[in-house]
Design a protein around this ligand. Structure first.
Ligand SMILES: Nc1ncnc2c1ncn2[C@@H]1O[C@H](COP(=O)(O)OP(=O)(O)OP(=O)(O)O)[C@@H](O)[C@H]1O
Ligand SMILES: [Mg+2]
Length: 493
């Protein structure tokens, strides 16, 4: 193994951390090895500080400032830093003893890193510090221990999702993508199943239906009336009948017996009839008694893309919660293969400060999914608005550029594996670069995620080109019209 010494241990150390001093500039996140007590231990460089022993004194003293301005390296400079000890290069076991002072810090050999990162089943990309090292992660741990993908807009979340989904297809997996922006259907996965977000009311629960009809949680009378009509209509579909007309008939019949009702009951029934009619207009073609069960449409070995781009938040909430509820149920009874449910815009469906139906099921799957092979992937550009409970159940995290300190703190609270130093790197990441931590990777890594080979929509549009194109088209139409008028006029004389 080629030995390149970049520093030596100084001062006090623990089995998990050592300080070092060096003359060479290394970079935070770089892997190093330390040879002591007969074992080669892998570590990660953190918290670098650079200084010079020849400059000392009060930095507000003009003489010292003069000295700093003239500093050209005479008297030397030093780099101080910390090494987080990640474990033995073979077993990744944390050493039992701390490294003694004077232990050499060596740049890690890429072959050592390659051995560590090649054991996974899902290829994510390459190490930022060693582009020759391919990084793969463990699919089993990713699915069973859930994943969060967090970053500001445009940092590369959808690209990462696409890379993972394509890898899952290769593994004959069952990724289900809740596609909030209609970007994945045409993305170019090697196998894709596009699923219309249709729901058959026969499979809907009353609480799901109630959200769609928009009956508030305190509207007790409306809820009671609607529940009765919903039950009757469900029975009606079983006999081959229709759904909404049956609900309206039922409600009209109740309205017909108005003499026995109080004023507020009469108002409530009129209100609920209006709401059901609005529901019918709003979700025409989506709530369909002839639609197949949405879960029966999912396919193993394909990207199952549920297109939610054209539906409102309430409908997305119902679809997602419905699929999660049924999936958990069917996995319990072993009726379907393990799945990986990817939820884009997770802060809308599982918000920190509001209760939604999806949030309940996301939280339940986050807690119980592991036992039944139901994996969750929460994707969000606003982590601080995302439910902390669900987020902290994600034992794997891929974080790309994230600038807001409050977002960073929220993420760190949810993931004990994210050290202050890794957190500090998030500001400086470029598009497609990520901090990868959690059970799916043997050690934390800074990774350049592969670029997805398909044609994912969502790259920044060339706005000025679009303006120019529209203006040219308008001008062309204007000229054409002028010519038509001229021809018409000339034809008349
Ligand atoms: N790993 C990568 N390598 C190269 N280019 C990338 C990579 N990741 C992202 N990009 C580029 O950045 C653009 C934006 O990425 P992407 O759509 O994945 O961002 P996003 O985080 O999902 O944004 P949004 O929050 O708006 O959904 C992509 O179209 C692509 O051109
Ligand atoms: Mg995206």
């Amino acid at each position: 193994m080629k030995e390149e010494v970049i520093g030596v241990c100084i001062g006090e150390a623990t089995p998990g951390e050592a300080s070092f001093i060096s003359r060479t500039v290394s970079r935070s996140g770089e892997y190093v090895t330390l040879d002591f007590d007969g074992r080669l231990i892998l570590g990660m460089v953190e918290g670098l500080v650079r200084g010079s022993p020849s400059i000392s004194g009060d930095i507000l003293d003009p003489d010292v400032v003069e000295q700093i301005l003239k500093f050209e390296g005479e008297g030397g400079q030093y780099i101080k830093g910390k090494v987080r000890l990640l474990g033995d290069v073979e077993s990744l076991e944390i050493p039992k003893t701390p490294p003694p002072p004077g232990t050499k810090i060596m740049r890690a050999d890429p072959s050592v890193l390659q051995r560590i990162f090649s054991g996974g089943t899902i290829r994510l990309g390459r190490l930022l510090s060693h582009p020759e090292v391919v990084v793969s992660v463990d699919a089993n741990k990713m699915v069973s221990r859930h994943l969060a993908i967090l970053a500001i807009t445009g940092a590369g979340k959808s690209n990462t999702v696409s890379v993972i989904v394509e890898e899952l297809i290769k593994l004959n997996g069952m990724p289900i993508l809740f596609d909030m922006h209609s970007e994945y259907g045409e993305a170019g996965f090697s196998k894709v199943k596009r699923i219309k977000p249709r729901l058959n009311p026969i499979y809907l629960s009353f609480p799901e239906f109630k959200i769609l009809v928009d009956v508030g949680k305190d509207a007790y009378i409306q809820e009671r009336l609607l529940r009765k009509a919903f039950k009757a209509a469900k029975e009606n579909i079983k006999g081959g009948g229709n759904f909404i007309p049956r609900i309206l008939d039922e409600l009209e019949a109740i309205a017909g017996s108005a003499e026995q009702m109080t004023g507020s009951e009469k108002n409530a029934i009129a209100g609920v009839i209006n709401k059901v009619e609005d529901f019918e207009n709003r979700y025409e073609g989506l709530v369909d008694p002839h639609a197949p069960h949405i879960l029966s449409e999912f396919e193993q070995g394909a990207a199952n893309v549920v297109d939610l781009g054209a539906v409102d938040e309430d409908y997305a909430d119902v679809i997602v919660s419905h699929v999660l509820r049924k999936t958990l149920h069917m996995r319990r009874s072993g009726e379907m293969p393990p799945v990986f449910c990817i939820i884009e815009e997770a802060h809308i469906l599982a918000p920190a400060k509001r209760q939604t139906h999806s949030k309940y099921w996301i939280d339940r799957i986050a807690r119980e999914g592991r036992k039944f092979g139901v994996g969750l992937c929460l994707v969000s550009q606003r982590p601080k608005s995302l439910d902390q409970n669900s987020l902290s159940q994600a034992n794997n995290t891929i974080i790309m550029r994230l600038v807001e300190p409050s977002d960073q703190r929220h993420v760190q609270q949810a993931s004990e594996r994210l050290s202050d130093d890794l957190l500090g790197q998030l500001n400086a990441l470029n598009t497609g670069e990520a901090v990868v931590v959690g059970m799916m990777t043997r050690i934390p890594a800074l990774v350049k995620i592969d670029r997805f080979k398909g044609k994912l929509r969502g790259s920044d549009p060339d706005i000025t080109a679009l303006w120019a194109e529209r203006a040219a088209e308008k001008q062309r139409q204007h000229k054409q019209k002028k010519k038509e008028v001229k021809d018409l006029y000339e034809g008349m004389i």
